[in-house]
Ligand binder design. Sequence first.
Ligand SMILES: Nc1nc2c(c(=O)[nH]1)N[C@H]1C(S)=C(S)[C@@H](COP(=O)(O)OP(=O)(O)OC[C@H]3O[C@@H](n4cnc5c(N)ncnc54)[C@H](O)[C@@H]3O)O[C@H]1N2
Ligand code: MOO
Length: 471
Amino acid sequence: MSGDELADALALADGRRHPAAVPGPGPGPESGRAPGHPEEEAGAGHRRGHTDWPRARAAAAAAGASRRPPESVTVSLAEALGHRLAAPLTALTDLPAFDTSAMDGWAVSGPGPWELAADGGPGVLAGTDDPAPLPDGRAVPIATGARVPPGTTAVLRSEYGEVVGRRLCLPRGTSRDSSRVPSHGTDIRPRGQECRTGDELLPAGTPVTPAVLGLAAAAGRDGLPVARRPRAEVLVLGDELLTSGPPRGGRVRDALGPMVGPWLTALGAEVTAVRRLGDDAAALDAALAGTAADVVVTTGGTATGPVDHVHPALRRLGAELLVDGVAVRPGHPMLLARLPGGALLVGLPGNPLAAVSGLLTLAEPLLRAVPGTAPGTAPGDRPADPPPRNTTADTTADTALPTAPLLEEVHGHPRDTRLVPVVQDGRGVRPLRFAGPAMLRGIATATALAAVPPGGAATGAGVPLLRLPWA
Ligand SMILES: Nc1nc2c(c(=O)[nH]1)N[C@H]1C(S)=C(S)[C@@H](COP(=O)(O)OP(=O)(O)OC[C@H]3O[C@@H](n4cnc5c(N)ncnc54)[C@H](O)[C@@H]3O)O[C@H]1N2
Ligand code: MOO
């Protein structure tokens, strides 16, 4: 029975019509039809023991949470980006560190008019360490950010003053209650306005964003204590893979080596290596036994073909299978295991979109749950943008997922969750074409994967979204 026939049979058995192409051209190898791709029915007889999708995500999160809290390392500001603070960020200085002029103009002492020094010079510039005291009735030019001289009562903005000879006055006709008449402290940023030395500016665990780097530098820090990220090693399996040029001689280009490492980085891991092992069982045994990573991610070799070495290697090693197959399409052969040394292994199926499904079903919740994992990149970390009106918690998953209404019906798998590449379109999401298990063309333009429940989802139905780290 062909994949199409099998899909038809399953659809009939479920009282459904054949899953249609949504949207796009008719069936065919290049149709790129999204929902209900017949290949996704492959292996329907191999589903025994498959974990349902929300439970697989929960199991991955539990496995990640069971990892030891990571050690703290102090790194330069540039290196700290994307980590989490391992300790509170405290200020090494008052901010501002001294009373500072907020404007270009004149530092003035007492009510005007004021007398300017004979040799005005450039006045007090930013960076001047120790300006001379300003006697009552005097003024001196001052630049934004300069330390105000002792005795200064206010700063008069350059556009509010007029210099006549050596006298600084307010423009003729300025009434006494005008906002231009400087009162005590006008346009002076007092020392300590933002913080005092020793103040806690941010708590431990805060994601280090570009804004945090700026604050840390302003507060006097040269480095930051951060939680080390979980180390991830990627093992790409398959003799048929080429690392350059177009497919030839029955071989295909390795699409996962270039994709999985950066994807794991975006999910908060420190990728220590991407290694291509071919279909060499002994090399896989050695790599798994000798890994120094916290998380090993394999690609390919999860099924039951003659050179699918992942299950046999895990058996030989005495690994504990935590999830052995997931009721999700594509990607149902994905697996999660704990190696004897404690490292976790995520086995991604070789079909490229199935591998993406495994990344978001297992690797993402796992890495997010590891203490100290980098932030802000995980799909559930923030609401969809723009925030969908009907955001609700998906309580069946380990974390609350945002939801958005489908702009087109998506046919479901009879029993399994379907992960369908979608693009945000206004307040809803639109399923994309070219979403077959071996295709990346759809996901490359997607903003999320929609989790379509068994049986499908009608137009307008809210579906949970797994947002892509960069979308
Ligand atoms: N008898 C059964 N056969 C298969 C089943 C099943 O249930 N019963 N499931 C199918 C499904 S679904 C998937 S997904 C794949 C998973 O297979 P593996 O994880 O063992 O992956 P491979 O056999 O190594 O490769 C599958 C496919 O993907 C291509 N591939 C692999 N690695 C890469 C890569 N790095 N870049 C690009 N393409 C890659 C590979 O050439 C194959 O075409 O099993 C089905 N079979
Ligand atoms: O359909 Mo498989 O599930 O390609 O991943």
